[in-house]
Ligand binder design. Structure first.
Ligand SMILES: NC(=O)c1ccc[n+]([C@@H]2O[C@H](COP(=O)([O-])OP(=O)(O)OC[C@H]3O[C@@H](n4cnc5c(N)ncnc54)[C@H](OP(=O)(O)O)[C@@H]3O)[C@@H](O)[C@H]2O)c1
Length: 317
């Protein structure tokens, strides 16, 4: 929202400016009535002959911003992080969205706006500016294994993977996530949504041997750290991620990797992204950790009622 310049023409703002669906946002209950009251007191001041139109409008902008939580998504250049970032921007009536990416290239990839910060989660100092002033944090960073060169699918066998030096899951998924949680706690964040993975109940899960990284072990350790932090949290342990359209499948929540024993153990990245954002809007999503998958398209009823979805979850970890 642009700050109006001095001398710009004034028209009474539509009252809808002040009703930015706050009642559905569990992060800001205290602001529910403030804008309404302020609107009338300011309007009556104007009617009494005040002429500071630009100041008035700047105040309105500030009020509108104050009523919307500032939400930072990290890993905003990643495949799910990008979708979350886009959704936050599309819902600018509800959220002030920010992104954190690791490189300038990733920043360009998602539009290069000023509110996309560049920082490395392994270096606590570098993420400070992105975290400053946020109300909620959505963590979508992850160590990413790379395929060893020379794999020829025509010869059969399995590709081998490795992690770059310094970018093992211990550094990215443990230290890097811990850094984010600590920094967010220091600025008084009101909720953290963390996307992890199903499979963490099994220390011998094949993903742990990938590149010798023990990725699920380190992710789980970060999840535990968040759950113990005292900050309201939502831990989403996703099934196999798919680059498919969201909003057209029935979502399934579970616990303790039980969904891995069924046929329904995948989910569209777009659906995970939506659940991240919906989690900010319902008290029922707080202090919960759950597995997430979906029924195949065409079976079941596409999930629209997220309050009811979150209400089904009873597990805190
Ligand atoms: N793949 C699956 O089937 C699956 C299943 C279940 C759960 N998950 C989990 O779901 C989450 C989202 O997965 P995804 O595939 O959408 O993620 P992704 O595309 O792999 O994105 C991960 C992001 O983390 C960023 N990152 C890595 N190291 C960083 C660092 N040191 N500092 C800052 N950012 C860093 C990467 O930035 P760069 O691009 O700049 O490196 C990247 O944007 C992950 O936690 C993943 O483990 C995945």
């Amino acid at each position: 929202m642009a700050i109006p310049t001095r001398g710009s023409s004034f028209s009474t703002p539509p009252i809808s400016i002040f009703y930015q669906r706050q009642p559905t946002c569990s992060l800001f209950p205290k602001f529910r009535n403030l804008p309404f009251l302020s609107y009338f007191s300011l309007s009556s001041s104007l009617n009494k002959g005040y002429t500071c139109r630009s100041k008035f409008r700047a105040l309105i902008v500030a009020m509108a911003d104050a009523s919307r939580p500032t939400v930072l998504v990290t890993g905003a250049g990643g495949r799910t992080g990008q979708i979350v970032h886009k959704k936050l921007k599309e819902r600018s009536d509800q959220f002030v969205g920010r992104g954190l990416v690791r490189t300038e290239e990733s920043k360009e990839k998602i539009g290069g706006a000023e509110d996309v910060f560049v920082g490395d989660i392994r270096d606590a100092n570098s993420i400070g500016p992105a975290i400053e002033g946020i109300d909620a944090l959505i963590i979508l960073t992850s160590a990413v294994p790379k395929m060893k060169p020379g794999f020829d699918p025509s010869k059969g066998g399995r590709p081998e993977f490795y992690f770059e030096e310094g970018a093992y899951p211990e550094q990215v998924d443990w230290i890097g996530q811990k850094n984010q949680i600590d920094a967010a706690k220091a600025v008084g964040v009101k909720q953290i949504v963390l996307v992890g993975s199903m499979g963490g109940m099994n220390p011998n899960h094949p993903l742990n041997s990938l590149g010798n990284g023990n990725i699920l072990v380190w992710k789980r350790k970060a999840e535990q750290y968040l759950a113990d932090s005292g900050i309201p949290y939502t831990i989403i342990r996703a099934g196999g991620l798919q680059d498919k359209e969201g909003g057209i499948r029935e979502l399934l929540v579970g616990k303790d990797d039980e969904l891995l024993q069924t046929e329904t153990r995948t989910i569209a990245r777009a659906d995970v992204a939506e659940v991240c954002i919906q989690a900010l809007q319902y008290e029922e999503a707080k202090f919960k950790a759950f597995d997430l998958a979906s029924k195949p398209e065409g079976t079941g009823t596409p999930t629209k009622d997220f309050k009811s979805l979150f209400s089904q979850i009873s597990t805190r970890f």
